[in-house]
Design a protein around this ligand. Sequence first.
Ligand SMILES: Cc1cc2nc3c(=O)[nH]c(=O)nc-3n(C[C@H](O)[C@H](O)[C@H](O)COP(=O)(O)OP(=O)(O)OC[C@H]3O[C@@H](n4cnc5c(N)ncnc54)[C@H](O)[C@@H]3O)c2cc1C
Length: 412
Amino acid sequence: MIEWNDEQLMVRDAMRRFVEEEVKPNLEELEHGDMPPYDVIRKMLSTFGMDAMARDRFKKTIEREKAEAEARERGEEPPAKEERSGGGGGGLNTIPIIELCRYCPGMVTAMGVSMGLTASAIMSKGTIAQKERWALDLLTFDKVGAWAITEPGSGSDAFGSMSATARREGEGYLLNGSKTFITNGPFADTTVFICKLDEGNPPAERKVLNFVLDRGMDGFEQSKPLRKMGMHSSPTGELYLDDVYVGRDRLLGETEEVSSGGRDSAKATFSQERSGVAAMALGIIEQCLDLCVQYAKDRVQFGKPIGEFQLIQEKLARMEVARLNVQNLVFRVVESSAEGRAMSLAEASAMKLYSARAATEVAMEAVQLFGGNGYMSEFQVEQLARDAKVLQIYGGTDEIQITHIAKDLLRR
Ligand SMILES: Cc1cc2nc3c(=O)[nH]c(=O)nc-3n(C[C@H](O)[C@H](O)[C@H](O)COP(=O)(O)OP(=O)(O)OC[C@H]3O[C@@H](n4cnc5c(N)ncnc54)[C@H](O)[C@@H]3O)c2cc1C
């Protein structure tokens, strides 16, 4: 794949019209946090029939899983899985991300955490009943989801320093702890809470368990949105759990017997999150480049357009190189997904590292190219530069991506 095909370009144009009509007029309010992004996201899903498609896909998955479970109960081989081809929508899921990120990367963050991370955690580890109870509403965005692993004292070392606990209590568990920097935390209806099972054993040996919480449960508090540098259209908050009692029906998988102590599920989630960052970065880079080319033609200094100065040309050329490279990474994600090929954590980490850095560098250089105007909120590059920076922090910092890539290389 070296370029978008006609069908993909049609989707892109339709998305551009949607952004023009529904996102741009609300940008000011989304940006200043007065308006949570959820209604615009829902409108996008219904406009493009994405909610109906998600419902349909969910129904097929559950029917297949039920047939497999029944076959196993009868002692038969489960029916062979259908060959996956054309999965991932041949870029049809990726294009909306790119187009939204040209104006409002925070919307993609809010959407990705709910429909991606939170729903995926439930779909990959939950029982059929748990999927039906929580995942469908997240996949259609009828409900907002949050995925909570980070704590005040545990970020990059998410498992090692984790202090949130589950203790057995009667038929269920008592959950305690606090989480921070949680996307959608303030508004989430459904939260996947990751903690360690405290059996009186040393923290390093404890199993990692995932529980599903509903808004308003006794002892469960969701903070107001935190003030932050950028991504204002993605609300971020804290969660506090004080003796929250949950039945076993809220433990994902309804079993404590989880492979590799429960760490695998979170790692698979990291991998998915990281490869998605490339599409976000591409949207930011494309928009910065378009704005910069126009500005370089329009802005006159020393009697000529600044685009005639070689130092400005160098910035544009570097931005174009970044655009091409990140676009190629995005094409790789699209093709891998269409072939049903899972990306390794190291590969996804390499993509995230490169594309997050590229987006931040391009956006900062865009501010520079715009001069004083670039520093003013009226010009969009200011917002994009603040938004781009977090790509190097969430989903694992640049430094952590480097450790994952290097570990994989040195293991070979
Ligand atoms: C806007 C936003 C949204 C977020 N959304 C979510 C969410 O929905 N759910 C969730 O669970 N979390 C979320 N996070 C948390 C995010 O994943 C963490 O902030 C991130 O993993 C880094 O952890 P930390 O902030 O504790 O930094 P720290 O781990 O304290 O890192 C501080 C510095 O030390 C470096 N460092 C740490 N360890 C090493 C090492 N071994 N080698 C070299 N350098 C190292 C880091 O790279 C960094 O530069 C979000 C964060 C932000 C900012």
